[in-house]
Design a protein around this ligand. Structure first.
Ligand SMILES: C[S@@+](CC[C@H](N)C(=O)[O-])C[C@H]1O[C@@H](n2cnc3c(N)ncnc32)[C@H](O)[C@@H]1O
Length: 229
């Protein structure tokens, strides 16, 4: 049974803060996509996923927002997708967007905190985390849950850990505090995430950057690494 996080009964904690904050922007996400299409980082991820191969694969997008990224992949050969998001308003947009593109039968949307609900979800061939780890305080926990639901490859976008992003996250955290939101942006260390992926038996298969973002795809190595000792 999937435990859903209801924003109506919000606990006032961090995860509710994330859901409320992004829920406010759901219409804006749809409008931006309809006007401008994929973002630069998402085009990079698609290029990397073409190299890794997504034809006929099942997708699990964590923090899927309004869903257009996995829907783009479904229209180009991926088989099915499950989208998970803390913001119910994002999923309402995602369902409508999927229906408009004739994808309703191939997608399923689940509301709640992925780290909490991961054990109740089926593993997918490819997991997607596009600008999501930076919203969540417990990056190792979120990555561990993702790894546990990844059969073949994991594609992610993280903020690069340079002074500008760290200053922006610091400033952003202050602003959210002032407006009474419990949401905080984070610049987690990509090196730590890389170590966690490798320790779980994944190897880097693709990497690209913009000024702000780092996109990476990890592929499950054919055999898990041999334990030391
Ligand atoms: C910056 S938005 C990106 C949305 C989408 N990936 C995109 O690029 O358009 C981050 C999204 O991740 C969701 N999110 C963050 N942490 C989450 C978690 N632990 N479980 C499910 N959704 C999460 C937020 O609600 C938000 O919609």
């Amino acid at each position: 049974m999937i435990r859903e996080v209801s924003m109506a009964g919000c606990c006032g904690g961090t995860t509710c803060g994330i859901g409320r904050c992004f829920g406010h922007f759901s219409r804006r996400y749809t409008r931006r996509y309809e006007r401008r299409g994929l973002e630069a980082t998402q085009k990079q991820l698609v290029a990397g996923l073409r190299e890794v191969g997504f034809d006929g694969r099942s997708l699990l997008e964590i923090g899927c927002g309004v869903g257009y990224f996995h829907q783009h992949l479904l229209l180009r050969g991926a088989a099915t997708a499950v989208g998970v998001d803390l913001a119910e308003a994002m999923l309402t947009e995602a369902r409508a967007l999927a229906a408009r593109q004739g994808l309703a039968e191939r997608v399923r949307y689940v509301s709640g905190d992925f780290q909490v609900m991961a054990p109740a979800l089926e593993a997918a061939d490819i997991t997607l985390l596009d600008k999501v780890v930076c919203c969540y305080p417990d990056a190792p926990g979120l990555m561990a849950a993702t790894i546990g639901r990844t059969k073949q490859a994991c594609a992610l976008t993280l903020p690069r850990r340079h002074w500008f992003n760290r200053a922006a996250a610091h400033l952003g955290a202050g602003l959210f505090r002032v407006v009474g939101s419990t949401y905080r942006p984070f610049v987690h260390d990509p090196t730590t995430i890389d170590g966690q992926m490798r320790a779980a038996g994944f190897e880097p298969a693709f990497e690209a950057r913009t000024l702000i973002w780092l996109t990476r795809i990890y592929r499950r190595a054919s055999a898990p690494p041999v334990a030391a000792g």
